[in-house]
Design a protein around this ligand. Structure first.
Ligand code: 6R9
Length: 630
C-alpha cells in the first residue's frame, strides 16, 4: 500500500499526550476555547450510558457562532450562497447576527420558549442556518427535516417531537424542478393540532395556499427588532433532535446537547480542517443530515470561517457544477462523500481538468468507506497530488468526527481507504462478539470505550432504546454498529455496517469489501451487494453493478471478469451467485445505498419504510430484474 505523508507542518504532540494521560482534563482544556457565560463545576458526570459534560456551565451556541465574531469579523462573509438556479447571496457575520436576532424575536412573539421544539423543513438556503441559530439563541430545540422527506415521514417526526412551530418555504429547487415544500407541510400537519404556526420563506414564489396558521417570513422579519440577547443555557441543554434511520424501520430522534457538542465541533473542525482565517470552506452535505449540522452550520461558524453553501443537486445542470463552484469561490477546503466522488469519477477526468482547482489545499470525505481507487482519483485529479485527504468516520449519534487524519494537529502518513487514527481523547478498539480485542488486521466490531463531548444525550423520549441500541451489547462501551479492522500501524479501516454483513458458508464478508472490489474494476462506477438465503451455504451473494458511462463491453464477459476479480481479490467464498447490471442503485437521499431494500426484494419480502429513498425507479428496475429470473 502506497503511503502519502501529509499534514501541513503542524506537529502538536502535546495535544495527543494530554489526551492520553487524562481525557477528562483534556476536554476540560478544549472547552475553554469557547465563550461561556459561567464556568462549569464538574467536567464530566458519567453515569453510563448518560454523560453530562461541563455540568453547571452556561453557554449559548448562537452566541458562540455569531456574537463573538462581531468585534473583528463583522464584515467577513460567513456564507457565500449559491442557488441551484444561479442566484447568489453573501451574508456577513453581521448580517447573520442581525437576522438571527430578528428571527429569535419573531419566534418569541409566536410563543416559542426555552425548551420548546421547532421543526425546520427548508431547502439549502441561508434561512436554514438562520432558523437553527435563532432557536439556539432562545434555547428552543431545533429539529431539521431533510427537504426531500415525504409528508408521512415528516408527520411522524413532528408528532414525535411535538413541535409547535414549523419553518418551511414555498418551494425549493432540485434538478431544475420546484419541490413544493409548503404543500408537503400542509399535508403533514393537517391533523396535528398542536402545531400553532407555520412560517413560510418565499424562495421559489410558486403559488401556495395560506391558512390562518401560516405566516410569511418576510412580513414577520420586516417588523422584527434586531436585538435579542442570547439565553444563558445549561451546558446540557438540548440543542437539537435529528432523526436518523436504524436497522429497524422507525427513525430514532438523536438528541444533542450544547456545551459538549460545541466543544467537540470546535476541536475537530480545527484539527481536521486546519482552519485559517483566509480559508474558504465548502462542505457539500445537506443540512438535513448530521454532516450539515456539524460541519456546515456549527463547526465553521464557531471558527468565524467563510463557507460556501450550495442549494441544489451536485450534478445540476451538469456534472461539473462542483468544480465550477470551487473555481468561482476559490474554495480551499472541500468536504464531500464517496458517493458523490464515484459519480464524478464516472464522467472522466476532462471535466475537472478543465477547471482551475488550484485554490484547494485540503480534501475530506465522509459518510461511507471510501474505496482506495476513488481516494486515489480524488487525490490525483481533484487535489493534484498536493492536498491531504481526510477520511472522517463518525455518525449522527457521535455528533462529530471520531476517527480521522488531523492535518491541523499533526503530520501522519495517509493510507488510501483508511480513516487513520481516533481523534485525541478517544479510546477505540476492534473487538469480537465477546468484547475481546482482536489481533491486528482482523475484522471485528468497532467499539468506543469512553465517553466524548459530542456524544448524543439520549434518544428523544426513549432512554431505554438509547441504552439498548448502543450500550447493551458491550458493558459501558458505545457500540456504533460498524465493522472495522485495525492494522499493525494502529490505523482503522472501516468496513461498513456490521448489520450489512453477510455470512457465506460460515464466513463473514463485509458488503463494503465486496463493493470496493467490484468498483476497482475499470468499467464499474458503483455497486451494492447483499445476501439471499441458500440451503447449503446459509447465504449467497448477489451484486448489483452500475457501469461507467460509455462502457460497451458484453455483459456476460463483464460478469465473468468481475467474478474472477472477486475470487482473486477476496477469495472463493466471496463468489457472487448473480450479478445484475442496473442503471442506478436505490439510495437514501443522503446517498447511502439501501441494502435493506435490495435484500427485501431479493428475498421476496415486504419492502418496509422507503421514506428516505431518493428515486423509486431504482427499485422498480431491480424488482423487474428479479421477476425476469423467476
Ligand atoms: C457522518 C455520517 C453513520 C454511518 C457510520 C458508518 C458510515 C460515516 C464513514 C463511514 C466509513 C467513513 N460512515 N463516515 N464509513 N468511512 N469515513 O455519515 O453519519 O449518516 O449517521 O451515518 O456512516 O457506517 O456508522 P450517519
Amino acid at each position: 500500500m502506497s503511503e502519502f505523508n501529509i499534514g501541513l507542518g503542524n506537529n502538536d504532540t502535546q495535544t495527543r499526550k494530554d489526551a492520553s494521560s487524562d481525557f477528562v482534563s483534556f476536554w476540560d482544556k478544549q472547552a475553554k476555547n469557547l465563550s461561556w457565560f459561567s464556568t462549569w463545576e464538574k467536567t464530566l458526570d458519567w453515569n453510563p450510558p448518560f454523560a453530562k459534560w461541563f455540568v453547571g456551565g452556561t453557554i449559548n451556541a448562537s452566541y458562540n457562532a455569531l456574537d463573538i465574531h462581531q468585534k473583528n469579523k463583522a464584515e467577513k462573509p460567513a456564507i457565500l450562497w449559491e442557488g441551484e438556479n444561479g442566484d447568489s447571496r453573501v451574508l456577513t457575520y453581521n448580517d447573520m447576527w442581525k437576522q438571527v436576532q430578528k428571527l429569535a424575536n419573531v419566534l418569541k412573539s409566536l410563543g416559542v420558549k426555552k425548551g420548546d421544539r421547532v421543526t425546520i423543513y427548508l431547502p439549502m438556503i441561508p434561512e436554514l442556518p438562520i432558523s437553527m441559530l435563532a432557536c439556539a439563541r432562545i434555547g428552543a430545540t431545533h429539529t431539521v427535516i431533510f427537504s426531500g422527506f415525504s409528508a408521512a415521514a415528516i408527520k411522524d417526526r413532528i408528532e414525535d417531537s411535538k413541535s409547535k412551530i414549523v419553518i418551511t418555504a414555498d418551494g425549493g429547487y432540485r434538478r431544475g424542478n420546484v419541490i413544493k415544500l409548503k404543500e408537503v407541510i400542509d399535508d403533514a400537519i393537517s391533523d396535528l393540532d398542536f402545531v400553532q404556526n407555520v412560517i413560510v420563506v418565499e424562495r421559489t414564489k410558486n403559488k401556495i395556499s395560506l391558512s390562518s396558521k401560516d405566516k410569511l417570513w418576510n412580513q414577520l422579519m420586516g417588523n422584527a427588532f434586531d436585538v435579542f440577547p442570547a439565553e444563558k443555557l445549561d451546558s446540557t441543554h438540548p440543542l437539537y433532535i435529528l432523526y436518523t434511520s436504524g436497522t429497524t424501520g422507525k427513525p430514532k430522534g438523536v438528541l444533542h446537547g450544547t456545551g459538549g457538542y460545541l466543544t467537540h465541533l470546535h476541536s475537530t473542525f480545527k484539527w481536521a480542517f486546519d482552519i485559517k482565517d483566509s480559508d474558504v470552506f465548502f462542505c457539500t452535505a445537506d443540512i438535513g443530515w448530521v454532516t450539515g449540522h456539524s460541519y456546515v452550520v456549527y463547526g465553521p461558524l464557531l471558527h468565524g470561517a467563510t463557507e460556501v453553501m450550495y442549494e441544489g443537486a451536485p450534478d445540476f445542470p451538469n456534472a461539473s457544477r462542483m468544480w465550477g463552484i470551487i473555481e468561482k469561490y476559490k474554495v480551499t477546503i472541500f468536504y464531500t462523500t464517496p458517493t458523490a466522488l464515484r459519480m464524478f469519477m464516472k464522467f472522466g477526468n476532462d471535466l475537472p481538468n478543465s477547471f482551475d482547482l488550484s485554490s484547494l489545499r485540503l480534501l475530506g470525505s465522509v459518510g461511507e468507506p471510501i474505496n482506495p481507487e476513488v481516494w486515489r482519483w480524488y487525490f490525483k485529479i481533484i487535489g493534484k497530488e498536493k492536498c491531504p485527504i481526510i477520511d472522517t468516520w463518525w455518525q449522527t449519534e457521535t455528533g462529530g468526527m471520531l476517527i480521522s487524519a488531523l492535518p491541523g494537529l499533526e503530520t501522519i502518513p495517509l493510507k488510501p481507504g483508511s480513516g487513520t487514527l481516533p481523534i485525541p481523547g478517544l479510546k477505540i478498539s476492534v473487538v469480537d462478539e465477546s468484547g475481546n480485542e482482536v489481533p491486528a488486521n482482523t475484522k471485528g466490531y468497532l467499539l468506543i470505550k469512553n465517553p466524548w463531548p459530542g456524544m448524543l444525550l439520549t434518544l428523544w423520549g426513549d432512554d431505554k432504546k438509547y441504552h439498548d441500541v448502543y450500550w447493551s451489547k458491550y458493558k459501558n462501551c458505545y457500540y456504533p454498529g460498524d465493522y472495522a479492522l485495525k492494522d499493525s500501524d494502529g490505523y482503522f479501516w472501516l468496513l461498513g455496517r456490521a448489520d450489512d454483513v453477510l455470512k457465506v458458508s460460515g464466513h463473514r464478508i463485509g458488503t463494503a469489501e465486496l463493493e470496493s472490489c467490484l468498483v476497482s474494476h475499470n468499467d464499474v462506477a458503483e455497486s451494492a451487494v447483499c445476501g439471499i438465503p441458500d440451503e447449503i451455504k446459509g447465504e449467497i451473494i448477489i451484486a448489483f453493478v452500475v457501469l461507467k458511462q460509455n462502457v460497451t463491453k458484453d455483459v456476460s464477459l463483464l460478469e465473468k471478469e468481475l467474478s474472477i476479480k472477486i475470487r482473486n481479490d477476496i477469495g472463493a467464498i466471496a463468489t457472487t451467485q448473480q450479478i445484475y447490471f442496473v442503471s442506478k442503485l436505490p439510495k437514501t437521499r443522503s446517498g447511502k445505498i439501501m441494502r435493506r431494500l435490495l435484500k427485501a426484494i431479493a428475498n421476496n419480502e415486504t419492502i418496509g419504510d422507503v421514506s428516505t429513498l431518493e428515486d423509486g425507479a431504482a427499485v422498480s428496475e431491480i424488482q423487474s430484474a428479479f421477476d425476469e429470473l423467476k
